[in-house]
Design a protein around this ligand. Structure first.
Ligand SMILES: [Zn+2]
Length: 273
C-alpha cells in the first residue's frame, strides 16, 4: 500500500523557512510532493502576503532566489518532488484558473517548461488550483501526458473530454460507491488510480483546518480494505501546531503497517511491474 503527501501553493510568495518549519521532521519519512505555482499572481488571498494584494502582476519563481536555491537542495536530497500547480493561480470572473483562463493550453505548457528549467527537474504531475478543472483544462492536461492529482473531480462522462477509458472508469467508480453504501451526493475519494488514454488520475484526502486524525484514519482504513492507496493533501501556509499533530499522528498510524510504503506522489501512478 502506497501513502503519499502533497502540499499545494509553494510560489514566489513562499519563504523557504516556512516549508522547513512545517516539514523538517516529515520529509525524511515521506517526500513532500510540492505543487508549485510557476508565475504566481498577486491578489487578495490568504496564501499571499498582504503587501502583494494590489500587485497586479505575476511573480516568476526565480524572483525569489532563496526559495529556488532551497528547493533545488531539497529536490537533490530527495526530500521534495515538484508538480505543477496552475500557472498564475489567479481567479477569473467565471471560475478558477484551469476552468476559466484564456489559453489554458499555453499556461500549462509554459508553466511546465518554466518549472523544469528553473528547478532542473521533470514535471510528471499536475494539480489544478482549487482542484478545479474544466473539460478543456482536463483535455489539455491529458494531451500533455501529465498525471492528475485532484480531490473531487467529476467522473461523469458528460463532464469530461472524450476518452476511450471514460465509460469503464465511470462504472468502476459507480460500483465502488454502491459497495461502500454511498449515494451520488456522498463525498468519495476513490482509492485506486484511474488510467486514461494519455494520463492517469488519483484523488487526495484534504488536510485542512478542522480535519481530524479520525477522518484521515477512516480514509486510510477504507483504502486499505479496498487494496488501494492514499494521498493526503495540505497547504504549508495553514499548517499550525494542531494540523501538524494530525499529520504526524496519521504518518505514525500508517507506519504501523508492515506493507505501507511512503512514496513520492509521482509513484502513485507507477504501473504494477
Ligand atoms: Zn492552490
Amino acid at each position: 500500500m502506497k501513502v503519499a503527501l502533497r502540499d499545494d501553493d509553494t510560489s514566489y510568495f513562499t519563504e523557504p523557512g516556512k516549508l522547513e518549519a512545517v516539514y523538517h521532521d516529515v520529509w525524511d519519512r515521506v517526500p513532500v510532493g510540492l505543487a508549485v505555482v510557476p508565475h504566481a499572481a498577486g491578489f487578495v488571498d490568504k496564501a499571499i502576503p498582504e503587501k502583494y494584494w494590489e500587485a497586479e502582476r505575476a511573480f516568476p519563481l526565480e524572483e525569489n532566489p532563496a526559495l529556488v536555491t532551497s528547493l533545488r537542495e531539497h529536490i537533490a536530497a530527495g526530500r521534495v518532488t515538484i508538480s505543477q500547480h496552475g500557472f498564475t493561480h489567479e481567479d477569473f470572473p467565471d471560475g478558477h484558473e484551469f476552468q476559466a483562463a484564456p489559453d489554458i493550453e499555453g499556461r500549462l505548457a509554459r508553466g511546465q517548461a518554466y518549472l523544469e528549467g528553473v528547478l532542473s527537474t521533470r514535471i510528471r504531475v499536475f494539480v489544478p488550483p482549487h482542484n478545479a478543472l474544466s473539460k478543456r483544462g482536463l483535455a489539455a492536461v491529458s494531451s500533455a501526458g501529465l498525471n492528475l492529482l485532484g480531490s473531487f473531480l467529476s467522473f461523469r462522462p458528460s463532464m469530461r473530454p472524450w476518452d476511450v477509458h471514460t465509460p469503464a472508469n465511470w462504472l468502476r467508480v459507480r460500483q465502488y460507491r454502491q459497495q461502500t453504501g454511498r449515494t451520488r451526493a456522498d463525498r468519495l475519494v476513490y482509492p485506486h488510480v484511474l488510467r486514461y488514454q494519455r494520463h492517469a488520475e488519483f484523488g487526495c484526502h484534504g488536510l485542512i483546518p478542522g480535519t481530524t486524525f479520525d477522518e484521515l484514519k477512516r480514509g486510510f482504513d477504507e483504502a486499505r480494505a479496498a487494496n488501494g492507496h492514499v494521498c493526503v493533501a495540505t497547504h504549508y501556509w495553514e499548517v499550525d501546531a494542531t494540523l501538524k499533530q494530525v499529520l504526524v499522528r496519521f504518518l505514525d498510524y500508517a507506519a504501523g503497517f508492515d506493507d505501507v510504503e511512503f512514496v513520492a506522489v509521482e509513484r502513485l501512478f507507477d504501473t504494477a511491474a
